[in-house]
Design a protein around this ligand. Sequence first.
Ligand code: BGC
Length: 270
Amino acid sequence: MIIKTKKLQGQVALITGASSGIGAGVAKALANEGATVVINYSSSPEKAEKVLAEIKAKGGDGITIKADVSNEKEVSDMFQQTIKRYGTVDILVNNAGLQKDAKLHEMTLEAWNYVIGINLTGQFLCSREAIKEFLRRGVVEDRSKAAGKIICMSSVHEVIPWAGHANYAASKGGVMMLMKTMAQEYAPMKIRINSIGPGAIRTPINHAAWQTPEAYNQLLKLIPSKRIGEADDIGGAAVWLASDDSDYVNGITLFVDGGMLLYPGFEDNG
Ligand code: BGC
């Protein structure tokens, strides 16, 4: 019997798109709870190494792996490399995602396919590889009550329509049903699958929304809590969903949005 001093001790977590933003915050939070982290990145090895160095400086451990999550072969190679190195994978955080915004009548098919490819198909490809491994290994009771956990990074835009971002909003609506369907399919095998739905979090993806005081004040009109979110806010939610503390939680989206989904426009209207 191993005595666990940290919630994720002895578990291996693969986080996609972890070289910056929410993914980096989640990798640090999981490592802080004892998980060994695989930091996936697509283009910037320096940034991924920097995240890993910060984790190691605090006593954590892990590796970085380059892979484009929309590429079937690169995804399967990434999982093989992880399993070869650490024996298995216990936690997948489907975090990689991006925006390529345009008015719908001006949106190119390339911009549509690019966003759907990374944000939605990428989550399918990574989940498929993780689930194969979870099914092969089954539950190891010293590590977790679950055979595996998947956390899908969704968005408030799985619910809120977003003019000028049809590809992004459609990808997140798709993530919601992918997550729920996978959760229904694999809950009997003790695999837990949930989403986090962040609101506005201070990361490079929405730089324009918080970089000037004018933009920030405009953004705050959408946030009842009257502050932008930080990557740490998402890290805490990820630790909970990855740990046995949430063992009876399956198929939900945990919104971490400062109340953005409370229709703040109705505060003094309607
Ligand atoms: C988007 C951000 C946006 C936030 C709230 C996120 O999913 O990526 O750009 O600030 O939703 O609208």
